[in-house]
Design a protein around this ligand. Sequence first.
Ligand SMILES: [Ca+2]
Ligand SMILES: [Ca+2]
Ligand SMILES: [Ca+2]
Ligand SMILES: [Ca+2]
Length: 288
Amino acid sequence: MVTAGISLISLAITAKSAKPAVLTLSDDNSVVAFDPNYSINAANNGLILWTVDDVNQLFQNQFWYRIGSQDKESPINNLNLIHLEQSQIGDKQISATYAGRGFEIVFDLTLDGDSEGSGRSNLFENIAIKNISSDKLDFHLFNYTDFDLNNNGTQDTTKIGSNKAEQFDGFTWATEVVEPKATHYQVSPVSTIFDALEDNASTTLNNLPSLLSSGDNAYAFQWDFTLDPEKSFLIKNYKSLKSVPEPTIIPALVALSSLMLLCYLRRWWLFRNKSKLEYSDRTIEVDY
Ligand SMILES: [Ca+2]
Ligand SMILES: [Ca+2]
Ligand SMILES: [Ca+2]
Ligand SMILES: [Ca+2]
């Protein structure tokens, strides 16, 4: 009988000085590393690794918040970590609760990997922000994600809208669906959004549904909402990764495409040389 599965590790932490190590979640072909504590190096906070079949796909996934429209943003693990729960070391679920002035944030994380070698994995993030003060709160929550697909972000393309982000390269496709829709969103070269969330000014994401390729990108969603006393605001983010199918799966289509391309190139070459001959005395060059 395996009894370890029944044991419950529940940590009640009241001071920032109590620092459990980086926690891991694992399920089937996937592993996630999560640092719930505050680190001086902001790039080491939050989710800092997501491997699928032993290949890392994520540089960082982290949350920032702001109260009101004037202040700077702060990472949520700058707050007091008052509760941290994982049923056993390496389990696929973690719950972390942070307390701020007049509010609490409960962050639930669940990893659902797929079969070995499938290239598929899912990550569910539930965030509940509760107003425990007697005043309304003008709350702003940011979720920042820097996927580096196939352990290298420089060839990744990213696009984003108010409830969905997609990132892909030749091997891997990442999708994120958020609920409710974000108020603002942004995709930018990697340090732009991170620097805006870490600087001393109030930040609003730019809502440009950019499509960037051949660069290391990061994206973020921003939710703006007013929270009445004793009320909670819930956000559900669903991130998933899958392998891009090999083109050899459809060899007939590839062969047909190649044949059509050869025919097209031959016609183009004949036309181009004919044009050059006809206009050779006028030195017209046509760019195709
Ligand atoms: Ca699973
Ligand atoms: Ca990236
Ligand atoms: Ca890549
Ligand atoms: Ca800022």
